[in-house]
Design a binder for this molecule. Sequence first.
Ligand code: PLP
Length: 424
Amino acid sequence: MISEVTLEKSRQMYEKAKTLIPGGVSSPVRAIKPYPFYTASANGSKIKDLDGNEYIDYCLAYGPALLGHNHPVIKEAIKAQLDKGWLYGTPTELEVTLAEKIAGYYPSIDMLRFVSTGTEATMSALRLARGFTGRNKFIKIEGGFHGAHDAVLVKAGSGATTLGEPDSLGIPADFTKYTLQAPYNDIEAMSELVEKNRNELAAVIIEPVLGNIGPITPLPGYLEELRKLTLENDVLLIFDEVITGFRLAMGGAQEYFGVVPDMTTLGKIVGGGLPIGVFGGKREIMEMISPSGPVYQAGTFSGSPCSVAAGIAVLDYLEQEKIHEKVNSKGDYIRAVLAEIVEDEGLDYSVCGIASMFKIFFGAEPHNYQEALKCDKEGYLAFFHRMLASGVFLPPSQFETNFVSAAHSEEDIEKTLKAYTENL
Ligand code: PLP
């Protein structure tokens, strides 16, 4: 059992960190209360803190580590690239190779551009959608997360037709007045909003599986109906596959569900754990990007050679080793056993997820943001701490997805399920 006493070095580091870095962390969700553990190293399915405690990791860097941490194939690719230099500011063959591979897996992508984060990918995709259509408005899903840029940082609106209110100080309301919100899994509300705004609407952007308040999965037919609706109304459909891309399948959610959007954003897994983002789409749309066209986009670190080399290595390995079959069946097994545990314990909780994503909701299974908010967040947080003390690191929020990786052994999974039984 890991106790307060055995987290002393992390506690001391937090005291120092919070004088230098707001909240002691470089991204808010990492701010576990009363203080986070500070990581010393990670390998395979395990992450180790400064005090030497080891946890089985289901946070997995919030998604990129589909193969687990420190995977030798990715490490070798990065090392080989380091010997040749790691930043050029000129185009490389590596980018062309990775672009060709990605385009081969994603039917929605004829052309793409590399950026450094998922945030940049969705920011650029939305700018491009607006530039291409000459329209300003876009619809996002309530509770959908597309990174931390101004236009998408909008609270779930009170009604489907409400114009966006910024979700953070420092964002002028004018910057989000074109951001509309629709509830997930509700095609009627979406139709109404699309039809009402169609002449001003550039795009609908959606995480095909809501990963940032979930996982919440699409009801049968929802994504297909959304595709039909956007086509009929001449509105671009953007799938934000920063989480689902290369996770549900090589071709992401669009392959898994058989629905092809007009544009796609990727990140996380496709960089093998190094910073990356991708936005891509149909040729006539992508050719609007500078220098081919008038929509500006640029970045010093875009197509960073180590990220791209890691990306090529990870994609080849995923395909050769048929990793999705393996991790997805681990996900199926975990969800099935968790459902039994919940039932045996007589809890009114629900087990959600898809492929290698899973979560216990402390409440009924949610189908949208408003339903997710009804879960017992505090109850989940107390459970999170009990799991951590048992050596299992889950994401520290009811609304962040758990991931299982190719590195999780049967023993890891059985230990984890035992911890669930003891701690629920
Ligand atoms: N889109 C989705 C669906 C995400 O989950 C995230 C991050 O978690 C982003 C975009 C932003 O990506 P990044 O953190 O690389 O900027």
